[in-house]
Design a protein around this ligand. Structure first.
Ligand SMILES: Cc1cc2nc3c(=O)[nH]c(=O)nc-3n(C[C@H](O)[C@H](O)[C@H](O)COP(=O)(O)O)c2cc1C
Length: 433
């Protein structure tokens, strides 16, 4: 069978652009408006997307309240597990990726919640494993500050091992429901799980049966060395933030290499970078959509987001219309700095312009053009070792998702790059088809 790309919707509130919620087509209350989410689910399932995903932090982001109050993406949003459980009741085939933190939760809780969503949705659940970076998240759970990066990843590795162990404590076929004999389940299919590690001690049995896909799909989005290693050892789907094809190819070959080094089949691990299609009848018309939204970005918002993406670096001492300074020493994420600087240098951008681009794209790949242009770029990335699919995040929801579904999906289907119907019943069956 020919290799086909996987597609998912990254449902940022309002849209991928930080000012999207102010667009006339957007629902300003999208983060907690269930009708809005149902509409996105209907469009994405109609387009045969693999899954829906909302990014999540366990609290508001570490931005000043003056900035948070101007952004829809991270504050006043429904908790994703609850949201996806509700969406699973009004959909049939699309999957759900739910973010759960390995730093501020316990393996038993996550194993049970994710297994429950998997059962309720009839095998359409996935867990996005995150380690949580925000100080506000730490404060919400009684800590003085965010935990050190390497410590977070050590805990994450043990956390995932424990969750998988708990999922394995109840075997497929456990349920009998034999009213005649009075035996509800087969006790031989249940095994106590014992775990004793650096972070957790667990002696237990999960009290949720396996779903039709066995256990939830695991997703991860590591960018650093330890992050990539964790993704390569546990994830079936890996998200990436790669604004150019050069970065995407580097990430793709590096991570697939790490997957092989872990003794896993790299073809069974799906790499999906974020992707914002900006579609117009002409490229100029498409570009106007960005310009209109860019004009609505509050300058403070742009700078705070840029500084946050660079790991909290203070840019206030540098002229806004000058270039991004050499700030390597003060930056936490060297990968992110290299990516942002790479785009800034390529397009000769000032700090003000970089801030606008970052706030308008969240440093994901943004392609501007006609529907054919968008399909061409997607095909080029897919066929040239840059990805296995895309996390589609239109500038503005819901209208621009509908436009992508109506104008780009048929081109991809015609080129035999994307399915015309779901191959299977469960998320894993569709992802691995
Ligand atoms: C597409 C995408 C989605 C992500 N979603 C979340 C999320 O929902 N919550 C979160 O705390 N981090 C999220 N992250 C951050 C990653 O989990 C990870 O921390 C980040 O890529 C930096 O990599 P590192 O942890 O290896 O340094 C996401 C990253 C990407 C690329």
């Amino acid at each position: 069978m020919t290799r086909m790309m996987k597609l998912a919707a990254l449902m940022h509130t309002g849209g991928q652009h930080i000012a999207a919620w102010r667009h006339p087509e957007a629902h300003a209350d999208a983060g907690f408006n269930f009708d809005h989410f149902q509409e996105l689910a209907r469009i994405a399932e109609g387009a045969k997307f693999d899954f829906l995903f909302v990014a999540d932090t366990m609290g508001v982001r570490d931005w000043p309240i003056s900035v948070l109050s101007r952004c829809a993406q991270t504050t006043l949003t429904a908790e994703p597990l609850t949201l996806m459980a509700a969406l699973s009741a009004v959909t049939k085939r699309i999957g759900f990726v739910v973010t759960a933190s390995t730093t501020y939760s316990h393996p038993y809780t996550v194993a049970r919640q994710m297994a429950s969503l998997d059962v309720i949705s009839r095998g359409r659940a996935a867990w996005n494993v995150v380690t949580s970076t925000q100080h506000n998240e730490a404060a919400n759970f009684g800590l003085a500050g965010a935990i050190d990066h390497s410590e977070r990843y050590k805990r994450a590795g043990e956390f995932v091992e424990a969750v998988k162990g708990l999922w394995g404590s109840v075997e497929e076929g456990v349920y009998l429901g034999d009213k005649e004999s009075g035996i509800l389940f087969n006790p031989n299919k249940i095994h106590e799980y014992h775990h004793e590690g650096d972070y957790f001690t667990i002696d237990g049995i999960l009290n949720v049966p396996p779903s039709t896909q066995g256990r939830p799909v695991i997703v991860q989005a590591g960018a650093s060395g330890p992050g990539r290693d964790l993704a390569a050892s546990i994830a079936e789907v890996i998200f990436a933030q790669t604004p150019t094809i050069e970065f995407a190819k580097e990430y793709y070959s590096d991570v697939k290499g790490r997957v092989s080094a872990n003794g896993r089949d790299p073809r069974k691990v799906i790499l999906m970078p974020g992707f914002t299609p900006v579609i117009g009848k002409t490229p100029e018309e498409a570009q106007r959509q960005i310009d209109e939204l860019d004009a609505k970005i509050d300058p403070e918002v742009g700078l705070v987001i840029l500084s946050d993406m660079l790991g909290g670096v203070n840019l206030s001492a540098y002229p806004l219309d000058g270039p991004l300074p050499d700030i390597e020493d003060s930056v936490k994420s060297k990968t992110m700095l290299a990516m942002i600087k790479g785009v800034a240098d390529r397009d000769n951008m000032s700090i003000r312009q970089v801030a606008t681009w970052v706030a308008g794209s969240m440093s994901h790949n943004r392609v501007v053009g006609t529907a054919e242009d968008i399909a061409d770029t997607m095909q080029h990335w897919f066929e040239n070792g840059a990805c296995d699919g895309f996390l589609i995040s239109p500038l503005v929801y819901p209208g621009r998702l509908q436009q992508f579904a109506e104008e780009v999906i048929p081109i991809l289907q015609q080129r035999k790059l994307f399915r015309s119907d779901y191959e299977g019943e469960t998320l894993r069956e569709n992802l691995m088809a």
